[in-house]
Structure formats: structure tokens, C-alpha cells
Design a protein around this ligand. Sequence first.
Ligand code: HSE
Length: 294
Amino acid sequence: MIKIRVPATSANLGPGFDCLGMALDIWNEITFEPADKMSHFVVGEGEEKLNKGIRNLLTKSFAKVHQVRGKKLSVVKISAQNKIFMSSGLGSSAAAIVAGLFAANEILSKSLSENDLLKLATDMEGHPDNVAPALFGGLIVSVMAKDEILWRRYETPDWTIVIVKPQVEWLTKTARAVLPKSISRTDAIFNIGRTSLVIDALRSGDLSLLQKVMDDRIHQPYRLKHISGGMAAYKVAKQFGAAALSGAGPSIISFVNSGDEETARNEIANVFEERGIETKSVITKPSSLGVHLI
Ligand code: HSE
């Protein structure tokens, strides 16, 4: 039997669309036990949705490693305790993909390298910004090159992070469909410089710089206007520190001074709740660990 933990991740971090992501201290814990038939049980986040059948991203990625290695599928009972909010912009699908790949690779004597796992995960997810920190932890910059993913990993200080998720219907498919096909040179320049400075601010723990540079013109303005209360909540979050749409949303991620987290959480949540939208929220910090055995 093996037991693993895989972290939530927040991608984009403002201007770093599709290439910047950070692992968070929020975990799904999953056991894989030898069994007579394949099964998959979930307790916690997403249990209603995930307990409907055994075909999901985790079982698909688990099978994928066997297929790539030319091995017969290891028949297992998979039991998960999930804390990562689903459809929230916290990398729940990346966590499922990474969990299945990592567990299968452990069971098959670690025959694939970390870069093989990253490539497989990116092929399944479409971009590396969530799967890379889910695999390796920390703050990761990653880009898709011809046949490989190029990436660098950085440690960050223990940021105080507030996540507020409005309970609205917001599909990743929609979140990508609302984006423009092309952007202006002015907007590209706006994002390039800020992405470089966001990386520096996150690594050095400089909240004042982060607050000034965690802005974006490639995805946030287009997405926030479709998320009820999104723009107003984002503006409130910015008053407490640095804020961004987490991944494709709808969660707002906010980096705040330690001590401000409860007030920030309440005020950001209030913006949605005043509009009749329920919220889920969590106070967390970065994780320097990615997926691992426990
Ligand atoms: N970079 C991705 C996006 C993350 O913003 O669409 C969510 O999959």
C-alpha cells in the first residue's frame, strides 16, 4: 500500500498567465491499496461529483503511466481525503493528474524521471503552471518548449495567504473562451515586466512591491467581469495587500500582512455574500513540498 499527499496550487499569480504557479499548504491525501477490482472513493471536497464512477483524471493518469511503460494496470482501491476546493482555480485537476502519475510511478519502481512526469502531466492538463508546483512544490516558472518543459523552482518565505471562493458556476472551458485571441504590444509589455517583478517580490517577501506589480492585462479583466462580484471582491482584496484571480478563477487569492488575514477573509467574502453568493474560504501559506509519500 502507498499513501501520498498532493498540494493545491495557484497559477498565474497575476501577470504570469500560463507560466507561473505556486504550491499551497492545502492537501489531498490518497491511499492506493492492492485490490481485486479497481475502485475510487472520495471523502471531502468534490465527493458528490467524484464518487459517481471510477473514470476520472486521477485514475486516467494512473493508467497513463502503466500504458507509457507498457505495463499491465496495477489493480488498486483508491481512497482520497480531499481538501482542495474543486472548480475553484486551486489546481484540483492538476492535483488529480499529478497524484495518479506519481502513485503509478512509485508502484512501478520510479521508472519515469521527474521531467517525464511533468511532460505527461502537462500533456494532460494543457499547460504546466499548476502541475509543475503540484509535482515539485515552491514557486515555479515553467514554459512549454518544443518537446520539453523548461522550468525553474524557487523557495518563498511563509506568506500569509487568503483564498476566497465564490460558489458560482465557472467552468475552465468558459474561463478560457472569454479570453481575447490576441493582445496589444502595450499589454504584452505591461505583463512581461510585472511577471519578472512578481517573481522577485514573491521570493524576497516584499509585499509592498507585490501589491504594485501583481496586475494583469491578459486574462483577469476579461474573466473578472463574468464572475458575479468578482471585480468588487478583487478590489477589496487589493486594499489588504496583493491580490489576483487564482488560476482561471473564480477564487481570489490575496497576500496579506500576518494579522490581517481574518479581516481580509471576512471583507472579501462579504462582497460576494452581500450579492447573495455563498463563499468558501481558507487561510494558508506556500508549500515548499510538492506531491510526496507519507
Ligand atoms: N493558466 C491557466 C488559466 C490556469 O489561467 O487558464 C488554469 O487552468
